[in-house]
Each structure stands twice: as structure tokens, then as C-alpha cells.
Design a protein around this ligand. Structure first.
Ligand code: AP5
Length: 211
């Protein structure tokens, strides 16, 4: 199955993608995670993308498309993939149709007022990718990952100013994809408020999976 998660920054796409990808046994392909790994490893792509990401703007399409195409050639993506954070604009969506036509797009609908606190209070584990929230899902031991004890990080683009830019970019570049996918009959909308378990149930229902 080839699925994409669409929604504003902080809507909970990454949290839900980890759960669904493990259930469906397909890789969770987050272009944001791939780019952050490239930044951490100081690859040429990472060096090119770093300042753009920190400012909350989109990395050029060609770079992200190359990254995703290469990742999809790995054997684990042969049976499908769960895309998180891709496509981000109509040009990326059009390009995607040439190498990974989607079966379904899940849109995470959430009031904008919920996003800023979710992001400014997010912490994540740089080793295993587990996502925390200081308010709704804090780690058992402050500042440390429950799974591997690694020190948690606050993403540089989760500072308030970068979040505001990301929201503007989302409204301008990504929100038009709602109509794009709706017109193709691919879009399902889930309410992204409520607990992680409630949103997970809504995503499963949107995909016709029994609880
Ligand atoms: P990316 O990493 O894709 O970030 P994003 O889309 O802005 O999404 P986030 O990861 O911020 O949020 P999320 O929806 O995954 O929420 P999460 O589950 O973590 O992109 C980062 C940057 O990379 C971009 O700005 C761009 O520069 C670049 N980039 C990436 N892809 C690109 C592309 N295709 N083209 C060009 N550039 C690209 O949850 C957020 C918080 O809420 C967490 O603390 C979590 O614990 C909490 N939470 C989750 N669910 C709930 C719930 N139900 N109730 C309460 N709290 C919850």
C-alpha cells in the first residue's frame, strides 16, 4: 500500500506514521527525518539544506525528489511505503505520480491554535526517533529517551519564529494539495485532535481497517 500523510507541522503525522507503518509492515519514509539525518552526517545535501530547514522553508524540490527516489529503491519499499511530509507542493505531487502513484492520502485536520504549543514542547530522540511532548507525552526521566536513554533534542525549527514561517509555507505551498488529491478521489480527512489512540483509530477507520 502506498499512503501519504498530509497536514500542517505538528498535526501528529510522524507520531501516527510510526504506528501505522509498523502495523502495515511498510517503511515510514519521512523526508524531514531523512534531511535531518543528512544534516547530522554533514553530507553535501545536509550542508545545502541546513539553513533552509532551520528557517522553516522548503528544501528545493529536486534535492528532496532525488533523496526519496533513492530511498524507494531499497528492497523494503517494494511492497509499499508510508510517506510523511511528502509531497509538500503540487510539483512534488506531480513528480511522485511518475514513480510512486499513491493509493490514499490521509489529511490530518487540526485547529491552527493547537500547533504552536505542540511544536514548542516537542522533544525527540536523535537515536531512535521517538517523539515526546513535555505536556502530553513527557519522557519518564526528564530530558532522556525512555527507550535508549539518549539525550532528547529540541528541533531548531521548533522555535516559535521558525514555526510561524513553517505555517505560512504550509498554507501557501502545501494546503493546495488538499483540493489536488480530493479531485483525484484519494483524500480522506481525519480529526487530529484527541488522544494519540483516538487519532490512530480514526486513521485506521479511514483506511478501512477494523479496530
Ligand atoms: P518535517 O520533518 O516533515 O516537519 P513537518 O511537516 O513540519 O511536521 P512535523 O514533524 O513538525 O510534525 P508532525 O505532524 O510529524 O507532528 P508530530 O507527530 O511530531 O519537515 C521539516 C523540514 O524539512 C521542512 O520545514 C523542510 O525544510 C524540510 N522538508 C521536509 N520534507 C520536505 C519536502 N517534501 N520538500 C521540501 N522540504 C522538505 O507531533 C508534534 C507534537 O505533538 C509532538 O510533541 C507529539 O508528541 C505531539 N502529539 C502528536 N499527536 C498528539 C495528540 N494526538 N495529542 C497531543 N499531542 C500530540
Amino acid at each position: 500500500m502506498r499512503i501519504a500523510f498530509l497536514g500542517p507541522p505538528g498535526a501528529g503525522k510522524g507520531t501516527q506514521a510510526k504506528l501505522l507503518a509498523s502495523e502495515l509492515r511498510v517503511p515510514h519514509l519521512s523526508t524531514g527525518d531523512m534531511l535531518r539525518a543528512a544534516v547530522k552526517e554533514r553530507t553535501p545535501l545536509g550542508l545545502q539544506a541546513e539553513s533552509t530547514m532551520k528557517a522553516g522553508k522548503l528544501v528545493p524540490d529536486a534535492l528532496v525528489l532525488d533523496l526519496l527516489r533513492q530511498r524507494l529503491q531499497q528492497p523494503d519499499a517494494a511492497k509499499g511505503a508510508l510517506l510523511d511530509g511528502f509531497p509538500r507542493n503540487v510539483a512534488q505531487a506531480e513528480a511522485l505520480t511518475t514513480f510512486l502513484p499513491l493509493d490514499r492520502v490521509i489529511y490530518f485536520e487540526i485547529p491552527v491554535g493547537e500547533l504552536l504549543p505542540r511544536l514548542t514542547e516537542r522533544r525527540s530522540c536523535p537515536a531512535c526517533g521517538t517523539i515526546y511532548n513535555l505536556r502530553s507525552h513527557p519522557p519518564a526521566k526528564a530530558g532522556r529517551c525512555d527507550r535508549d536513554g539518549t539525550e532528547l533534542v529540541h528541533r531548531p525549527d521548533d522555535r516559535e519564529e521558525a514555526v510561524r514561517t513553517r505555517l505560512e509555507v504550509y498554507n501557501r505551498e502545501t494546503a493546495p494539495l488538499l483540493e489536488y488529491f480530493r479531485s483525484k478521489g484519494l483524500l480522506s480527512t481525519v480529526r487530529a485532535t484527541g488522544s494519540v489512540e483516538e487519532v490512530q483509530a480514526a486513521v485506521r477507520a479511514a483506511l478501512g481497517r477494523r479496530s
